[in-house]
Design a binder for this molecule. Sequence first.
Ligand code: XMP
Ligand code: MG
Length: 180
Amino acid sequence: MLEDIKEVLITEEQIAHKVKELGSKLAEEYRDKNPLVICVLKGAAPFMTDLVKHMNIHLEMDFMDVSSYGNRTESSGEVKIIKDLNTTVQGRHVLIVEDIIDSGLTLKYLVDLLRHRKAESVKIVTLLDKPHRRKVDLKPDLTGFEVPDEFVVGYGLDYAERYRNLPFIGVLKPEVYTAE
Ligand code: XMP
Ligand code: MG
């Protein structure tokens, strides 16, 4: 698996440090608000589980799976709900936890949906952002790292469902894509 990596962009230590910083900020912000922390599956799962360990407040977690990608590396623009929330969001302070924002289409859809369901507030924390790729007007409230316009894997992010278990964020060797 490691032999497929061209370059490490963000190390395990850098991620851990940043996640702690983000979690502490969020704990301040959501103290006494019992936020509903929503993980966007599958990519945001490692980030979310690490993040909440640094939020020393009462909160609830839920999971949602939406898809606009399949196994390709470009957004189709279509968003499909694969798994919906188990929780009613009406009147709740909702925090969406995302792995990466690219075109913004996925999150735009989610934010609109949660507002439509009458959430009291909707905020976004993303580990990674590719701001230059945006197709819709969408800004995360908190960002871990900005990354260049390259396809990245690791710490939840996959290529064709692989590499999610890497502890760092890296870039694949081009031959990994072209081997198919
Ligand atoms: P949009 O374009 O809707 O896409 O903002 C967000 C989703 O696209 C996936 N994505 C990536 N996944 N490496 C990945 O493994 C990447 O570089 C990348 N860029 C976008 C991801 O699922 C994200 O939630
Ligand atoms: Mg995702």
